[in-house]
Ligand binder design. Structure first.
Ligand code: IMP
Length: 425
């Protein structure tokens, strides 16, 4: 049962694309299990860069089946655009792509509501892709699953019910609801492209696992954006933690061999919400520049800050992390002495726990550790790193209570120290 889950241990954007690419090298299947076009990663195709939001990076590997499972919310237009872009670049899509017929469709009014809400006082800083309102419809049991595209008459009835429910909200937010006919005209256009891709992904994934194939479950967003375990209400609307793989893909927890957590060597966050170790100064600006910290979906500058070890310990616990993939260590080169949050002060007391329910009132307690000036990109073994960088890794492992299985020292694929393959051993 070589099934591995990879999740973001922070607020997303931990550099998943590159690590998933490394782990899918000898993988039969890569499965996205939650979220939708709010995620984004950059595919490097020859000299070309392409940002994809739905399709996992496994699409570039001919032998890898890519699965978009039922925990996802999928914008049919966006999916077709993404497939067209891949085709345009001459990428023969030899890797089969299977899309769950039970994944929920993001419809134009979901995107409209998301955008209108973000103009108001209650804005959360969402990606405005309609993700939240689509999950709202799913929980309200009036969502439209992609399987409905097989029967457009039935689909039209479902769309009308959902739209009717949203109409007062759209009007109250100052918008104009779209017409059902207009929505259906769009769906009729894309249905012939999507219907052939639809399937029972839970069965397909289950069969691959029973046949002992290597399956990678690719989380989206990050632990602190999880709807249950994140910094609510500043979260996304899905289960971004490792347990979400079981729910979103329809596999049992006993079938997962290992869970890998991705963490940057510092922290970033996009959108609103608490971020206790955030830097509002020159150092924050330097980290943003050195780490190219701008959102791949929205282009927004990411908020930057020091590494938060209580938050990482929290991520180790709620995801059951077995190993860490530490990314962007090279970004810390030349940043001088480094600050690391090792505990919090809350109500006059020091706690090593991440005070998830009280973040606004909690004050980070920092330890200062020496930085380094050397470039790290050429290191392929821990011993080839400067002593200060090695100590930084050891501090993270010790405080998080979780070993590093991979350390990324540059954006290129080979700029990586692989310590353990999660599919083996
Ligand atoms: P939504 O998922 O678009 O509803 O946005 C909710 C929150 O999650 C906002 O703070 C977004 O910036 C954040 N978010 C959603 N997807 C991602 C992601 O892939 N990376 C980082 N932040 C994300």
């Amino acid at each position: 049962m070589p099934a591995v889950v990879i999740v973001g241990a922070q607020w997303g954007d931990e550099g998943k694309g590159k690590i998933v690419d490394i782990y899918t090298e000898d993988c039969s299947m890569v499965v996205r299990y939650g979220g939708g076009p709010n995620a984004g990663h950059t595919l490097v195709v020859g000299q070309d860069k392409l940002i994809v939001r739905l399709v996992p990076s496994g699409i570039l590997r001919p032998h890898t089946t890519c699965v978009l499972a039922q925990g996802m919310v999928i914008d049919p237009d966006r999916l077709v655009t993404e497939l067209d872009e891949l085709d345009k670049r001459g990428l023969v899509r030899e890797s089969p792509l299977v899309v769950s017929d039970r994944a929920h469709a993001i419809l134009p009014f979901h995107i409209l509501v998301d955008g209108l809400r973000e103009k108001g006082a209650g804005a959360l800083g969402t990606t405005k892709r309609g993700v939240g309102p689509t999950y709202e419809d799913k929980a309200a049991r009036r969502g439209v699953m992609l399987g409905a595209l097989r029967d457009l008459k039935r689909c039209e009835r479902l769309v009308a019910v959902a739209l009717e429910a949203w109409t007062p909200t759209i009007r109250a937010l100052g918008g104009t609801p779209p017409a059902v006919a207009e929505i259906m005209a769009g769906l009729e256009k894309v249905a012939p492209r999507i219907v052939p891709l639809l399937g029972d992904t839970s069965r397909i994934v289950g069969e691959a696992m029973s046949a002992n194939k290597r399956v990678l479950f690719e989380g989206a967003q990050g632990t602190l954006l999880d709807v249950d375990h994140g910094t609510y209400p500043y979260v996304t609307s899905s289960s971004a933690t490792a347990g979400g793989a079981c729910i979103g893909a329809g596999v049992g927890p006993s079938k997962i061999r290992a869970v890998v957590g991705l963490t940057k060597a510092y922290c970033t966050r996009v959108g609103g919400g608490p971020f206790p170790t955030e830097l509002h100064d020159e150092t924050g600006e330097r980290l943003r520049k050195a780490g190219d910290e701008f959102g791949s979906v929205t282009g927004r500058p990411r908020r930057t800050g020091w590494l938060d070890l209580p938050a990482l310990r929290y991520a180790v616990r709620v995801n059951g992390l077995d190993g860490l993939a530490l990314t962007k260590l090279d970004v810390l080169t030349g940043q001088g002495d480094l600050q690391v949050c090792v505990a919090y002060e809350l109500g006059g007391k020091i706690t090593r726990e991440f005070p998830i329910a009280d973040l606004e009132a909690a004050k980070p307690v920092y330890e200062t550790v020496p930085g380094w000036k050397e470039e790290l990109g050429k290191a392929r073994k821990l011993e080839e790193l400067p002593a200060a960088a090695r100590s930084y890794i050891q501090l993270i492992e010790r405080e998080a209570g979780c070993p590093a299985w991979l350390v990324s020292v540059g954006f290129r694929r080979d700029e990586t120290i692989v310590l353990r393959n999660p599919f083996e051993g």
